[in-house]
Design a protein around this ligand. Structure first.
Ligand code: GUN
Ligand code: ZN
Length: 431
C-alpha cells in the first residue's frame, strides 16, 4: 500500500464558520501532518506523532507552507476559458457578443477536448481540485470534459447546457432532445469514477416552459443527480424573465413551477433575491453559489453573503469563468472579501477558506468526501506558499499569527502560491 505523510502547517474545519464563531470550528496545527493511504486521507494530527507512528510512509516535508483541502469551484463554464477577460459588456450583451460564438465551436469534439484539458490543467495549477462546470448544448462537450477529468482522476460535476430559445440557431436544442441527451449522459456518467452529473438548464430566458418541464421531469426520475442553473444575476435579466414568464411570482418560481427547485439544486449568483425566494431556497435546502469576480467583472451587484448565511442558506464559492475574471480561488476569495467590505462586513480568512473548500463541497452534497482535510476524505490537497512573491513575502514577514500570515496570500496570491497539488492521493504533475 502506498503511504504518504505530508508535513507542514495544516488547516481544517470541524463546522461552518459562517454560522458560529470561526475560532470554535477551525483546526490549525503549525507543525501538522496529513497521512494518505492509497487515495484517501486516513489521519491528520501532529506531524511528529504521525511520523513516529508511520515510519513506512514516504514523507514530504513542506516546512512552514500551508496544507489545506484542495479548492472546490462550485460554478464555472469550461467552454468559456478562451474568452475570459473579454471587454466592455454586461450579462446579456456579453453572452451574445462573446459567449455564444465561442460555445458554438464546441460542436467540434477535438476543440472541446483541447479546451477541457487546458481548463483542468489551469484549475489544478491554481490549486483547484474540483470543478463544477456548465458545458455547451453539444453532448460531446460533456463527454470531452468528463474524459479529461477522468484522466486526471479529478472529482468533477458537469452537465449538458440546455437552451431551446433566445440563443443562436446553432446553439439551440429542443425540449425533447435536451431531455433525451441529458438522460443518456447522466445514465452513462453519473457516479462513474469521480464524476457527478448535473442537469443544466442554462437559465430560464433560454429555455421554453416545455424544456423546463422536461428537465424537471428528468430530475424527478433521477433525484440523486444535481441540477445547476443561474438565478437573479442582473436587473435587466430579471426584467426579461418577468416578461417571458408573466405568471411567475418571481425568478425562482420559473424553476419551481417546473420541478426545478430542490435540495440538490445549485443556483448561481442569486444576488437580487426577493424574500419569498430566500424562504423557498432555505425550506428546500438548496444551495446558492457566490461568484464574486464575475459579479464585479460583469457588473451584476453585491451578493449578500452574510444575510443569506444567517437566513440559513447553503452557500458555495465559485469562479464562474469566463464571466469570472480569474481561475484562482485565492483571487475569488479576495473578491468575496472586497464585496463583503462594500456591504460593510469583513469576512474572516477562516470563513473565506471554508467557503472555498468545505462550503462548496457542502453545496455539491460532497461534504466529507472532498474539500475536507480530515480522515476519510479523498486526498485532494493544495499546499500553499504563504510568501510566494516579493510583495506578499514582505507583508508575511510582519505577520504575528496564522490568519495574518495567510490573508496576504488570499488577497494577493495566484498560481505562484501553489507549491503542490495532490489529487486522489497522487501528486499532480503537469504533462
Ligand atoms: N447566465 C446565463 N448564462 C450565463 C453565463 O454563461 N455566465 C453568467 N455569468 N451568467 C449567465
Ligand atoms: Zn455561470
Amino acid at each position: 500500500m502506498t503511504k504518504h505523510l505530508l508535513l507542514g502547517q495544516t488547516l481544517g474545519f470541524l463546522g461552518n464558520p459562517l454560522r458560529g464563531e470561526w475560532a470554535d470550528v477551525t483546526r490549525f496545527d503549525s507543525a501538522g501532518g496529513v497521512l494518505i493511504e492509497e487515495e484517501r486521507i486516513t489521519k491528520t494530527g501532529s506531524g511528529a506523532a504521525l511520523r513516529a507512528a508511520h515510519p513506512d510512509a514516504q514523507v514530504t516535508d513542506y516546512g512552514d507552507a500551508l496544507i489545506s483541502a484542495g479548492f472546490v469551484d462550485a460554478h464555472m463554464h469550461y467552454p468559456q476559458t478562451g474568452i475570459i477577460a473579454s471587454w466592455g459588456k454586461q450579462l446579456i450583451d456579453w453572452l451574445n457578443t462573446y459567449t455564444f460564438p465561442e460555445e458554438a465551436k464546441f460542436h467540434d469534439r477535438a476543440y472541446a477536448h483541447d479546451v477541457a484539458d487546458r481548463t483542468l490543467d489551469l484549475a489544478l495549477a491554481h490549486g483547484t481540485t474540483t470543478l463544477t462546470s456548465f458545458c455547451t448544448i453539444h453532448p460531446d462537450s460533456v463527454e470531452a470534459f468528463f474524459d479529461a477529468a477522468a484522466s486526471r482522476n479529478m472529482a468533477v460535476v458537469a452537465g449538458k447546457t440546455c437552451m431551446d430559445r433566445n440563443a443562436p440557431d446553432n446553439l439551440r436544442d429542443t425540449a425533447q432532445s435536451a431531455y433525451d441527451d441529458s438522460k443518456a449522459l447522466l445514465e452513462t456518467w453519473h457516479g462513474r469514477g469521480r464524476t457527478t452529473y448535473a442537469i443544466t438548464p442554462r437559465f430560464s430566458p433560454t429555455s421554453t416552459p416545455e424544456q423546463l418541464e422536461a428537465l424537471g421531469a428528468l430530475w424527478a426520475e433521477n433525484p440523486d443527480v444535481l441540477m445547476q442553473t443561474h438565478l437573479s444575476e442582473q436587473r435587466p435579466e430579471i426584467e426579461w424573465v418577468h416578461g417571458l414568464f408573466p405568471q411567475a411570482r418571481d425568478y425562482l418560481d420559473t424553476y419551481e413551477a417546473f420541478g426545478l427547485l430542490g435540495e440538490k439544486g445549485l443556483y448561481g449568483h442569486a444576488i437580487h433575491l426577493e424574500p419569498r425566494e430566500i424562504d423557498r431556497l432555505r425550506e428546500v435546502g438548496a444551495s446558492v453559489v457566490h461568484c464574486p469576480t464575475s459579479n464585479t467583472f460583469i457588473g451584476s451587484g453585491l451578493f449578500d453573503l452574510m444575510g443569506l448565511a444567517t437566513a440559513g442558506l447553503q452557500i458555495g464559492l465559485a469562479t464562474d469563468t469566463g464571466g469570472g475574471s480569474s481561475f484562482s480561488m485565492l483571487r475569488t476569495m479576495a473578491a468575496a472579501y472586497e464585496i463583503g467590505q462594500l456591504r460593510g462586513l469583513a469576512l474572516h480568512p477562516a470563513q473565506l477558506m471554508w467557503l472555498a473548500t468545505e462550503g462548496s463541497a457542502r453545496a455539491l452534497h460532497m461534504s466529507g468526501e472532498i474539500g475536507h482535510l480530515g480522515a476519510g476524505a479523498m486526498a485532494d490537497i493544495v499546499v500553499l506558499d504563504l510568501a510566494a512573491t516579493p510583495a506578499i513575502a514582505q507583508r508575511h514577514a510582519q505577520a504575528n499569527d496564522l490568519w495574518d500570515a495567510l490573508f496576504p496570500t488570499i488577497m494577493m496570491g495566484d498560481d505562484r502560491a501553489i507549491i503542490d497539488v495532490w489529487v486522489a492521493g497522487a501528486r499532480w504533475e503537469q504533462n
